[in-house]
Design a protein around this ligand. Structure first.
Ligand code: DX5
Ligand code: ZN
Length: 219
């Protein structure tokens, strides 16, 4: 039986109560905490940075799955590592040298994530794929929560799963954007290991986080 993990995005949380919201997610059965970092440059939105993450660290021992939608990203990796990130996910378009940025994340003992936007092809990262721990497949264009899932990325998930199985790679496949109760099953069956969700987890069923997480996991 495949182990399905849920990484709720705090982008949809009450930003005035982030510490308590993270505790609610842990109590509700979250496996990781997805922290969407946006700089208003790589994406047209601005969220939180290292000082906030540092302060949130004490609210949970769950892994911080930090999604850096920032560019340039290389110069900031150390700051997010120090702030308490466990997984540092970067976009290949945001670094001049993907291998060097991957090695820098590893140097700080963190897990390496690389994110593919809907239009970014797998071949962009094929040379580095053997040293990546997590591939984050964007099923929306990054920048905002509450967007509509883009079904054309399902084919990319299937291709990644095939590459992973054929080469016995260890990377996890995480899918991020517009995940809800009607598409989670097809995304998991395509090969996803981890689902990111913000709107569905925080807003469905009057915000009953526990039942929303359980429902996303049950396929
Ligand atoms: C978008 C973020 C996603 C998003 C997911 O740029 O990377 O994590 O917040 O939120 P929902 O589940 O609302 O699409
Ligand atoms: Zn994200």
């Amino acid at each position: 039986m495949k182990k399905i993990q849920i990484s709720p995005s705090i982008l949809s949380a009450d930003f005035s109560q982030l510490g308590n919201e993270i505790k609610r997610l842990e109590e509700g059965g979250a496996d990781l905490i997805h922290v969407d970092v946006m700089d208003g440059h790589f994406v047209p939105n601005l969220t939180i940075g290292p000082p906030v993450i540092k302060n949130l660290r004490k609210y949970t021992n769950l892994p911080f799955d930090v999604h850096l939608m920032i560019s340039p990203v290389h110069e900031y990796i150390e700051k997010y590592a120090e702030a308490g990130a466990d997984i540092i996910t970067i976009h290949p378009e945001a670094t001049e040298n993907l291998k060097a940025s991957i090695n820098l994340i590893k140097k700080f003992g963190k897990k390496v994530g690389v994110s593919l936007n809907p239009k970014t092809e797998i071949k962009t990262i094929i040379d580095e794929i053997d040293c990546i721990d997590l591939i984050l497949v964007m099923s929306v264009n990054p920048g905002f929560g509450g967007q509509k899932f883009m079904p054309e990325v399902i084919d990319k998930i299937k291709k990644l799963k095939k590459i992973k199985d054929e080469n016995n790679y260890k990377f996890s496949i995480e899918v991020d954007g517009g995940i809800n109760f009607s598409n989670s099953k097809i995304v998991l069956e395509a090969g996803a290991d981890i689902l990111v969700s913000g709107t569905t987890i925080f807003k469905e069923n009057n915000g009953d986080i526990k039942s929303n997480i359980e429902k996303l996991k049950s396929i």
